[in-house]
Structure formats: structure tokens, C-alpha cells
Design a protein. Structure first.
Lengths: 252, 203
């Protein structure tokens, strides 16, 4: 395998243009790809690091930035026993070139033509691809109602917190349902427990009608009773959700 | 392209290096990835069907299927999300033994594995027979848990692990190489980890 990207290679060099701490464990890195990078909200990229002896490590990261915005934002959580995330947190600097491949993934996406309402459910860094959808909706079509159920351990670990609360405060059809699993709720509308079926039902009630699309990321302990999902499917005429709940425990 | 400042990482010891396909890293845990909610399939509701196109060839219930000859396979597995896990021990029914019980030879060159949750994935029939694949019933000697695809999952360890369909409930022989769930969504039709066939654009 050639180490230099050839014209045919799916890998391309991308330059880090900006680095910003999001939470104590999550930092955003903005990349400027060297080739066109048309993408959909919810897609991911593969990142490849190469050591001088040719050893390579590769990981997948979700894109947080909306499709039509300039840079590619990856919000990377530091995993202490990880291999790639500590490199980003401890070594990577603005101006560095990193190899990217993508955008990838055609399943876990939301396009404007999908319409809404949309129910998004995410835990921890699982919010990253959902953020791309929230931002895309805000830029392109605010008529699409969105409820985002976002579970974090504590207030300081709520990724994109100020931006999400700012969007919520606009009352333009985006609802942030925040739940903290290890701290009391800070806002009256928020929760302080794990995501459960009752919380999901209340989030759905905030939408004007049953969601067309429900996407769920990174909630290992989410259990929606067997009875509830078929009920919802019936309520929206059989096509709910046309991309169903997804739960994911990511590898380091 | 050498990455500035990237030196060590989780480099495997050289004796295991040869067992790790390109772009993969060694994982000690067993990560869980799935495209939808975890179905809870009760063994009393479980069945396994061999089909040729839409036509059922033979169907087994849980007790009948468990009465088929069982084999053990301990294999390295490789997930397209880049983790590799060594020496995973499975027990189940080899596809060869399923075909033998049905009294048939593989009727077509391609197969779609089908699952209770609507998932499907395509595997060439030759990659399922001659001792290459099984329907696994036990992992580490115990029933496979629902999050890992229990009560039964396909095991095709020489291909990326999305081909090893969780909650498998049948094999459908097809005339053509028909893409399954992930193959329709940009993943490779064959998925050989040693040739790094992750995405449809890979050779």
C-alpha cells in the first residue's frame, strides 16, 4: 500500500485549521480537505495516522458541522487507553496535515428532503452526528420540528451546550431535552435520570405530530418497552421510524 | 504520508502482527454495533429457514435446529470499524451440516443471510460451505446474548463482521449477487479484511 495519496486514493490530506475545547474530554478539530468534500448531515470520516515506520492507525469519527458550511468539524472524545484520540488531544496542532477518507455512511443521515418531525436521541459524544443534523435544519429548513434528547453525565460534559441552549431558546421548532445522569437538572424542562420510555414519550409530545424519523446514538442502557414502538409505528401510518433507533457502543 | 508526532500507539507485538489485517487494531473487549434496536427473540418463537428465492426449502424450530450436529470454531474476527479480536470461541451448526440435513447441494452461487430484524447481508455461497461458516448458538460456551445476536447468529469469520448477521433466521439462495442492508449503503459486496474491502469503492 502506497503511503502517499495517489489521484485514485480515497485518502486525502486535510489541514487542521482550528482547535477548540468543547468539554473537559471533548475537543473539536476543524479540517480543510484538499479535495471537494460534499457530505450529508450524519456522515462520518475515517482518519488515518501513519508513524515513520509505516505503522498506521485508523478510526472513524462523525462530522459535527452542517453540510454546506466551510470546514469539517470533528468533535473527538479523549479515551485515555485509546490510540488515536490521545494523539489528537496531546499532539495535533493547527497547520498539521491529517489523512481523511470520506464522507462515509449512507444510513444514519438526515436530508432536508426527509422532512420531519425528527426525534434525535444521543448520549455523550453520540450527539456529534445529531449536531450536524440540528445545524443543517437550522440553516436550511426551520419548519422541520426537531426534538433532541441528549443524555450526559454532568452539566460540564454537555457537548455544544451553549449552542444547543441558544437554539432551544429561539423556540422555532427545535426542542432540547437534556438529561443529566449524575447531577440535578439545571433547567426546569430538563431531567436528571437515564433516558427511559417515559422521557421519550414526553419528548415526542413536544413535537407537533409523531416523528417521521427517529435516530438514536450511544445509549447503551436505553430500553423502550416492547409495546411502545409498535404503538408509535401505528400512530404515524406505518412508516415510523423509517430509519429506526440505532444504538452503538464504539470501540476505542 | 507520515503524520507529524505520531509514533507509537497501540502497536501489536510482532508475533501477533501477522494476524491483524491492514487498518485494524487489536481489541480485548467485544464492542457492540447494530443498525437498529436489539430484538429479543424467544427461542420458542425462533425458526431458521433455507430458501431458494422466495421458495422455502426447509425450516427448523429451535429444538430441531439444536439437534443438528454441532461444531466449534475459534477464530479471529475483524469489524469494519477497525477492531480485530483474537480467538473468539463459538459453537453452532456448520452451514454444511444444515445443507446436509436439508438434503440439498447449494442451488445457487450467492446467498443472502436474513435476520429477524429485517437485516440482510450477502455472502457468496462458496464462502459459507466447506467448513468456512456456521450458525453460532454459543459464545464462550454460553448462549449468545441478544446484543451479540442471540439466540443465533451467522459466523463468517474470514469476512468483515457485518457479514456475520445477528439474529439470523434464514439463508436465501439467490441467482444474482444481491446487496444486503449495509451493501446498499456503501459497504463492500464481499468484505475481505485482508484486502481492506470496507467500502463499495474499494477494489
Amino acid at each position: 500500500m502506497s503511503a502517499e495519496p495517489s489521484p485514485q486514493s480515497p485518502w486525502q490530506a486535510a489541514t487542521i485549521t482550528r482547535i477548540e475545547r468543547r468539554t473537559p474530554r471533548v475537543t473539536s478539530f476543524w479540517f480543510r480537505p484538499s479535495r471537494p468534500f460534499a457530505r450529508l448531515a450524519g456522515q462520518h470520516v475515517d482518519v488515518r495516522l501513519t508513524a515513520p515506520d509505516g505503522y498506521q492507525a485508523r478510526r472513524s469519527y462523525s462530522i459535527a458541522s452542517a453540510p454546506d458550511t466551510g470546514g469539517v468539524e470533528l468533535a473527538i472524545e479523549r479515551l485515555d487507553d485509546g490510540e488515536v484520540s490521545p494523539f489528537f488531544h496531546d499532539v495535533a496542532a493547527v497547520g498539521d496535515e491529517i489523512e481523511l477518507r470520506g464522507p462515509l455512511g449512507g444510513h444514519f443521515i438526515w436530508e432536508e428532503s426527509d422532512g420531519g418531525p425528527i426525534l434525535l436521541v444521543g448520549g455523550g459524544s453520540g450527539v456529534v452526528p445529531l449536531m450536524a443534523m440540528v445545524r443543517h435544519r437550522t440553516l436550511r429548513n426551520k419548519a422541520v420540528p426537531v426534538a433532541l434528547v441528549f443524555s450526559a453525565r454532568v452539566w460540564d460534559e454537555v457537548i455544544f451546550r451553549d449552542e444547543l441552549i441558544g437554539l432551544d431558546d429561539r423556540r422555532d421548532g427545535f426542542d432540547l431535552v437534556l438529561t443529566l445522569t449524575r447531577e440535578p437538572a439545571r433547567r426546569p424542562s430538563d431531567y436528571s435520570r437515564r433516558v427511559d420510555a417515559r422521557m421519550m414519550a414526553q419528548a415526542i409530545e413536544r413535537l407537533p405530530k409523531a416523528p417521521r424519523l427517529a435516530l438514536c446514538l450511544r445509549l447503551e442502557r436505553l430500553r423502550l418497552g416492547r409495546r411502545r414502538c409498535p404503538d408509535r409505528r401505528r400512530r404515524s401510518g406505518g412508516d415510523y421510524p423509517h430509519r429506526a433507533l440505532w444504538s452503538l457502543t464504539e470501540a476505542r | 504520508m507520515v503524520t507529524r508526532g505520531f509514533f507509537s500507539g497501540r502497536r501489536p507485538p510482532s508475533d501477533t502482527d501477522a494476524r491483524i489485517p491492514p487498518g485494524q487494531y487489536l481489541e480485548q473487549g467485544f464492542p457492540v454495533l447494530s443498525a437498529g434496536p436489539t430484538p429479543r427473540v424467544r427461542t420458542e418463537d425462533w425458526s431458521f429457514t433455507l430458501k431458494q428465492g422466495p421458495k422455502p426449502l426447509k425450516k427448523w424450530n429451535w429444538a430441531e435446529f439444536n439437534a443438528l450436529p454441532q461444531s466449534k470454531m475459534t477464530r479471529d474476527i475483524h469489524c469494519v470499524t477497525a477492531w480485530t479480536k483474537f480467538n473468539t470461541p463459538w459453537q453452532g451448526v456448520m452451514i454444511d451440516d444444515i445443507l446436509a440435513d436439508a438434503g440439498i447441494e447449494p442451488p445457487t452461487a450467492y446467498t443472502l443471510a436474513l435476520s429477524f430484524d429485517g437485516y440482510s447481508t450477502n455472502v457468496p455461497t462458496k464462502d459459507l460451505v466447506t467448513g468456512k461458516a456456521m450458525v453460532a448458538l454459543l459464545y464462550e460456551g454460553k448462549p449468545i446474548t441478544p446484543d451479540h445476536g442471540g439466540p443465533a447468529r451467522l459466523l463468517v469469520p474470514h469476512l468483515y463482521f457485518w457479514k456475520s448477521a445477528k439474529w439470523v433466521n434464514g439463508l436465501q439462495f439467490t441467482e444474482r449477487n444481491e446487496p444486503g442492508f449495509w451493501e446498499l449503503r456503501g459497504y463492500h459486496m464481499y468484505g475481505d479484511p485482508w484486502r481492506e474491502q470496507r467500502y463499495s469503492s474499494d477494489p
